[in-house]
Design a protein around this ligand. Structure first.
Ligand SMILES: C[S@@+](CC[C@H](N)C(=O)[O-])C[C@H]1O[C@@H](n2cnc3c(N)ncnc32)[C@H](O)[C@@H]1O
Length: 293
């Protein structure tokens, strides 16, 4: 097998398996602090480690809990009855999480979830099917039910999410058609939380990814995104992943260039625990796709 010119490595199949010298060199580089990114997500991003670190709710760390509540409060305000709603919501870069749908499931008829890795989609599927070992989202569900005025309705809420999520698709935001060949109707809302800064290697790629997401929307549809600002890396278990450092202005400009009007940009100075993620604040953004976009 001819290896790429420029980084041509002598292919050496060792007695232990099929690891080439290239892989061995890459994993050594990683141990010396290189960041995981791109295709690495498919093998190195462990859903359960991610959930335990960032979504342990009240039994977890204070900073991560504060971030989750900032997110849930903004999602509640955005998707409250009488606010935004419609037929189809597409969640891009869902990861192994479902918290992002707890308010949206009340105002959209159909939700399509998507992620870059099968492992994450499998984790979501376990929860949707109430399988053994599925993650316990009940603390977050109860929190959102309390925001809605009745904490006791949390099991009905979980059932509603399970009824409303109709499809799990793989996606890649760096492709002009992020959902590939999947046939999906134009969406009333595209949701993407904490994903683009992980998926895009530079600002040009981020701007292109925003264009790709806007392309999934009907004219007049909404793009809702949460961005960890000025971030450079984050931990999932023992793995350190690359994050593109973004400013709030860069996010807003990318949306405007993609033909959207920024309706809300809620900034917060809160941060993750430094042991897990180095960021400086968040912005929760709601934008509307213009008629000509
Ligand atoms: C920090 S996690 C965010 C997960 C979830 N949205 C949340 O709010 O916690 C980043 C996610 O981006 C996904 N991702 C990485 N590269 C991607 C790409 N090129 N296209 C779409 N998603 C990607 C990863 O699989 C992972 O689920």
């Amino acid at each position: 097998m001819k290896l790429p010119i420029g980084r041509a490595w002598e292919e050496r199949v060792d007695k232990m398996g099929n690891r080439s010298r290239g892989e061995a060199e890459r994993s050594t580089a990683r141990m010396e602090g290189e960041l995981y990114k791109g295709e690495d997500y498919k093998t190195e991003f462990q859903p359960q480690n991610y959930l335990k670190t960032y979504y342990a709710f009240d039994s977890g760390t204070i900073a991560e809990n504060e971030v989750l509540k900032f997110n849930l409060n903004n999602l509640f305000e955005t998707f409250s009855p009488g606010g935004m709603g419609g037929d189809i919501l597409i969640d891009i870069g869902s990861g192994p999480t479902i918290y992002q749908l707890l308010s949206a499931c009340e105002v959209f008829r159909e939700i399509i979830m998507s992620d870059y890795t099968e492992l994450n989609l499998r984790e979501v599927d376990k929860w949707l099917k109430k399988e053994l070992g599925a993650y316990d989202w009940s603390p977050a569900v109860q929190y959102v039910c309390e925001l809605e005025g009745d904490r006791s309705k949390w099991q009905e809420k979980e059932a509603r999410v399970r009824r409303t999520v109709k499809r799990l698709l793989t996606c890649d935001v760096n492709q002009p058609r992020p959902l590939g060949s999947a046939q999906v109707p134009a969406a009333d809302c595209v949701l993407s939380l904490l994903a683009l800064e992980c998926a895009c290697r530079d600002v040009d790629a981020y701007r292109a990814a925003i264009q790709n997401l806007v392309g999934l929307l009907k004219p007049g549809g909404h793009l809702v995104t949460l961005v960890a600002l000025r971030c450079c890396e984050y931990m999932v278990g023992s793995r350190k992943f690359f994050v593109l450092s973004l400013e709030q202005e860069t996010v807003e400009k990318a949306l405007q260039e993609a033909g959207c009007q920024v309706l809300k940009c809620q900034y917060s100075p809160i941060k993750y625990s430094e042991a897990f993620c180095l960021n400086e604040g968040f912005c929760f953004v709601v934008a509307r796709k213009g008629p000509g976009a």
